[in-house]
Design a protein around this ligand. Structure first.
Ligand code: BES
Ligand code: ZN
Length: 628
């Protein structure tokens, strides 16, 4: 939370006292329902129409509402009750937070009203990516998808773009007949457009109140396959069968999550496989998780991302961080549950501990090598003046997981901790909370243990606000990890001249997840010589592996070893897909090597128009250090 002094600074800058990344003032007035009427205009790459915002004033005398916007054109604002125009001012554009839309509310009236905003999005809208049909797999229709987390919803809809506020939403979306439209909501069907026979109107309803960052839309030439009693997988026809195979465990994962956290309240749980430029592994849009096509490994080995997004249906979508400084409440809990689900489905506790060890290693790498023990290594960072995209890292995920795993051990193990998790959901579902509320609940739930001094050893301040690695490392069962570490160390110690003790079977003996871990471990070591890389390639054929995680780590090994022949393969990889987890480290590695630096810059410039806005911006400014 911001200090008193920071709060004054934020308010002077017109930012919300409860969310450093939003102009909205939920202390004055909250949006209780969003109703959308929008047209998808592929020719002009714009969403155009109207949003109706139901407002509830928090006290008497409130005569305005402040909304977040970013690069939208506001055409008209009216009082829905009588159609009368309302005056508004649109503030200056801030590169991180967009502009404040201040609307004067109708005089008199009660404590509630409905404001209608006629607007259109700009082609630069940061939430939306528009693909020409040539850019899709099928090349038949154009494609549109959104990514609102963390603070991009404001570029798509004028709204209170803070997770402190939750509301239900409905939508009527008009689009040309040839495309399907889906949203993070239940589908109510579609009807012909009354005046334009080339169009359909698609209707949606999300009845569970959600934060703005969970509003999502997609439109394109997509189809579906049933993968469970409440689940379909959607994608372009080219990969829908492959996707149905890959995500076949979905219902099993849902049931496991329900056993841990209580009933799934959202009705449908569908998956959407996006085009390769989708910037994340997965996004927990309610009723319709978005995933990257890089999960399609052919052997279900990357389906943990689906377990993760399923877990968000409770941790994140029901119990929500109140602002993105407390993002670890969303992601730390979700990783924790993801690993519980994975353990119960495959490999039990030993496998859960194995993923915990991997998480700790990637935390070490992120904290030390990427973030240099800096301010974003705090579990609760300070986001005053910061775009959450710029602060995004492994820290909320893995420091958050480590804290929960450590606490679980401290209180007596899974049998004691899992009921707490369920009670936490029960207590806070529907709410947006900060870390202090989580901790208070932890203490009240484990009152006896607090009294018995069980938590005395926990250095809370260091966990929450300390930079660098956590104050303690939890104890993990390393039985599954040891073979990965052993093989890694054999390679590290191998003499440059003699690789005769290595065989192809070294790697074949490991499972896919262990192979992935083996490669991640190699990356934490000093760079290999090109000769050692060649020997490894000769033995294991890693250049031809299709699994995106293994391919990623191997390419990084090769770049860091300064193997020149890997540069074109690395450029192919970042051009073929746009998942930031893969693209950004590869660009950083290429930047750090004299030989490839200019090639990387040229490659970005040549491909920028094809890329997702967010990815292009972050790669350019943060990884290649180009002026924006
Ligand atoms: N909610 C996140 C994705 C996200 C975070 C988008 C912040 C925008 C801003 C999603 O649930 C996530 O964490 N995805 C991970 C999955 C992984 C941890 C299993 C990813 O994309 O890699
Ligand atoms: Zn997540």
């Amino acid at each position: 939370m911001a200090s008193e002094k920071e709060e004054k600074i934020m308010q002077a800058a017109g930012l919300s006292p409860t969310d450093p990344c939003s102009y909205s003032r939920p202390d004055e007035c909250i949006v209780t329902k969003i109703d959308l009427d929008l047209d998808i205009d592929f020719d002009n790459t714009s969403l155009r129409g109207e949003v109706h915002l139901s407002l509830q004033k928090k006290r008497q005398g409130i005569d305005h509402v402040v909304l977040d916007t970013r690069e939208v054109t506001i055409k008209k604002v009216t009082d829905q009750a009588n159609g009368q125009e309302l005056t508004f001012t649109l503030g200056e554009h801030d590169p991180n937070f967009g502009s404040k839309l201040d609307i004067r509310l109708p005089n008199g009236g009660g404590s509630s009203c409905v404001v209608s905003v006629v607007y259109e999005t700009s082609p630069q809208c940061s939430a939306l990516q528009w693909l020409r049909k040539e850019q899709t797999a099928g090349k038949r229709q154009p494609y549109l998808f959104s990514q609102c987390q963390a603070i991009h919803c404001r570029s798509m809809i004028p709204c209170q773009d803070t997770p402190a506020v939750k509301c239900a939403y409905s939508a009527n979306i008009t689009a040309r007949r040839e495309v399907t439209v889906l949203m993070s909501a239940l589908r109510l069907g579609s009807e012909p457009h009354p005046t334009d026979s080339s169009k359909l109107i698609h209707k949606f309803e999300q009845t569970v109140p959600i934060a703005s960052y969970l509003i999502a839309i997609v439109s394109g030439d997509i189809e579906s396959r049933d993968i469970g009693p409440r689940s379909k997988v959607w994608s372009e026809a080219e990969m829908v069968d492959k996707a149905a195979y890959e995500f076949d465990e979905t219902e099993h994962m849902l049931q496991t999550a329900e056993a841990l956290m209580g009933p799934y309240v959202w009705g449908q749980y569908d998956l959407l496989v996006l085009p390769p430029s989708f910037p994340y592994g997965g996004m927990e849009n309610p009723c319709l998780t978005f995933v990257t096509p890089t999960l399609l490994a052919g052997d279900r080995s990357l389906a943990n991302v689906v377990a993760h997004e399923i877990a968000h249906s409770w941790t994140g979508n029901l119990v929500t961080n109140s602002n993105f400084e407390h993002f670890w409440l969303n992601e730390g809990h979700t990783v924790f549950v993801e690993r519980k689900i994975a353990g119960r489905l495959h490999g039990g506790e030993a496998m859960r501990h194995f993923t915990g060890i991997g998480g700790w290693k990637s935390l070490q790498y992120g904290v030390v090598e990427v973030l240099k023990n800096g301010p974003y290594t705090k579990l609760i960072p300070d986001l005053c003046g910061v775009d959450p995209d710029d602060a995004f890292s492994v820290v909320p995920y893995e420091k958050g997981f480590a804290l929960l795993f450590y606490l679980e051990t401290l209180v007596g193990g899974p049998d004691v901790f899992e009921p707490f998790l369920r009670a936490y959901i029960e207590r806070f579902q529907g709410d947006s909370i900060v870390t202090e509320q989580w901790k208070e609940f932890l203490f009240s739930y484990f009152r006896d243990k607090v009294d018995a001094g069980v938590f005395d050893e926990v250095e809370w301040d260091k966990w929450f606000f300390g930079q660098g690695m956590p104050p303690v490392k939890p104890k993990y069962d390393d039985s599954v990890a040891v073979p990965c570490a052993d093989l890694c160390q054999r390679w590290v110690k191998a003499a440059e001249e003699d690789f005769s003790t290595f065989k192809a079977e070294d790697l074949e003996a490991l499972s896919t997840v262990q192979r992935r871990e083996f490669l991640s471990l190699l990356l934490l070591e000093e760079p290999f010589s090109p000769k050692k890389i060649q020997a490894m390639e000769g033995m294991y054929n890693l250049n031809s592996v299709k699994n995106s995680e293994i391919r990623f780590s191997w390419l990084r090994m090769c770049i860091r070893a300064q193997c020149e022949d890997c540069i074109p393969r690395a450029l192919d990889f970042v051009n073929e897909q746009g998942r930031m987890k893969f693209v950004r480290p590869i660009y950083r590695d290429l930047y750090n090597w004299e030989k490839s630096r200019q090639l990387a810059i040229n490659n970005l410039q040549a491909n920028r128009d094809q890329m997702h806005n967010t990815t292009a911006k972050l790669v350019a400014t943060k990884d290649l250090h180009l002026p924006n």
